[in-house]
Write a protein that binds this ligand. Structure first.
Ligand code: ZN
Length: 461
């Protein structure tokens, strides 16, 4: 039976569609998982199974996060990694992550997803690349389903340990054949290619310095055989460029090209250091990029050439990146960071607030390869968020320009989030989630990990 949801009387409805349509006193009429009608409240059906009065809210399409490592919420702000470059940071954290358990994966997934959801995110990818102590992607998928955020689960992997010239300790790397078997199983068991899919699988070896070229080649071949997308880290730091030059005689982008890792079904996290020619080739091939400004600043990686990548034709979205290199999963705050970081180069109009929000919505949808999310229109997925305009962070700012206030002022949390037609945040509170209990379990596991212990399941199931 069809279930209908009417959201009406929003102070401002912003669609971010091609015509950039906006309505005061706007609303949407939703049936099941999709938007049926939107516009001025007076033009919408008068009733529905559920009616939400959105007075005082600005409504937008849900935000899309293209890069994260949920497990790192357990190791935010670790003192020994606070002031480290990427490679030092990894060497500090690998031994701590080696004690992750299936429960740690589940709890950190829920924590990151609730934090993302409250910031306005309705679709996210995650890239977990180490699976110690019996942890599996299945643990993460199961946990994500309890939160209800649209999920592109990237099956990460590392196979090149220290003894073979890689960066991670040998005990954290996987056998390549076993990893590929597991990837195939996960695609067959979980991947949903259909419109409005809540779960897609992505193949995602960690980076050129933690897997072999053979695994990169076999992963992309497997992804293409099944029509799933592929993701990895690329061109993040100058250290990585030096490593690729020494190990392969190639820049990171040249290496990716040689391995088949470019195209409309691939997206790379970071892409801070491509050359001018490489930007042209990335654009021509419609390769995707997850821009992660906070992480790039935190680890002193540099400023990604965002505008040049977009102008060349690359698909570019925003990523909060893992919580140990950002320490926050606030996607709206990331849009603000993107705007600010691009301006550091000297151009005060390098990125505008509407452009930053488009990056966080339509850019992310394109990067993940989706045409059913990213803007509001009939036939699109019912992923809608609302921020309260009459609030302290936006006071004096939203009265002039409510949309830009979301980026220029202190980024607020949502008051309302509807994902796939289901209300997941109501009056600023996550629905059906015991947040204090989740945080308590999360912190207990984080403390155990920092003590160098493997957390036991006595923290609860
Ligand atoms: Zn990352």
């Amino acid at each position: 039976m069809t279930r209908s949801l009417l959201i009406r009387h929003a102070e401002l409805l912003v669609t971010l569609d091609d015509a950039d349509r906006r309505w005061s006193d706007g609303g949407l009429y939703i049936e099941d998982r999709q938007i049926v009608q939107l516009g001025p409240s007076a033009t919408l059906p008068a009733s529905a199974d559920e009616v939400i009065e959105a007075r005082g809210l600005i409504l937008l399409p849900g935000l899309v996060n293209t890069h994260h490592h949920f497990f790192q919420t357990l190791t935010r702000n670790v003192p020994a990694a606070q002031n480290a470059s990427l490679f030092q940071w990894l060497r500090t954290l690998y031994p701590i992550w080696a004690n992750l358990t299936p429960e740690a994966i589940r709890v950190s997934t829920q924590t990151a997803l609730v934090e993302l959801m409250l910031s306005g995110c309705t679709t996210t990818s995650d890239h977990t690349y180490l699976w110690p102590n019996g942890a599996r992607l299945d643990d993460q998928i199961e946990a994500a389903q309890t939160i209800g955020v649209r999920f592109h689960a990237a099956r990460g992997a590392m196979s090149l340990g220290e003894s073979r010239g890689g960066l991670p300790p040998d005990r954290l790397v996987e056998d390549e054949a076993a990893m590929l078997r597991d990837a195939r199983r996960l695609i067959e068991q979980y991947h949903d290619p259909s419109r409005f899919a809540m779960l897609r699988i992505v193949l995602a070896p960690c980076s050129p310095f933690s897997v072999s070229p053979a695994l990169m080649r076999e992963s992309i071949a497997l992804a293409r055989a099944y029509g799933v997308h592929a993701h990895t880290h690329l061109a993040e730091t100058r250290d990585e460029a030096a490593y690729c030059q020494a190990a392969f005689g190639r820049t990171p982008v040249e290496l990716a090209e040689e391995l088949g890792w470019i195209g409309p079904d691939v997206w790379h996290a970071h892409m801070v250091h491509p050359s001018g020619d490489e930007i042209i080739r990335l654009g021509r091939t419609r390769t995707g990029v997850a821009h992660c400004p906070t992480s790039n600043m935190r680890l002193a990686s540099g400023i990604a050439p965002l505008r040049a990548l977009q102008q060349a034709g690359a698909r570019v979205g925003l990523g909060v990146d893992g919580s140990a290199s950002n320490d926050s999963s606030h996607l709206l705050a990331e849009a603000r960071q993107a705007l600010l970081l691009q301006r550091v180069g000297g151009d005060p109009a390098a990125l505008t607030a509407p452009e930053a929000l488009r990056l966080a919505t339509r850019g992310g949808a394109a990067t993940l390869g989706r045409d059913d999310i990213g803007y509001l229109a009939p036939g699109m997925a019912a992923d809608v968020i609302g921020y309260r305009l009459e609030s302290l962070p936006l006071a004096g700012g939203a009265v002039h320009d409510p949309l830009a206030a979301l980026v220029f002022c202190q980024p607020p949390n949502v008051n309302l989030s509807v994902i796939n037609g289901r209300v997941r945040v109501r009056n600023g509170e996550p629905v059906d989630i015991d947040l204090p209990r989740l945080i308590a379990r999360h912190n207990a596991i984080a403390r155990a990990l920092l003590r160098g212990e493997r957390p036991t399941s006595s923290f609860g199931g």
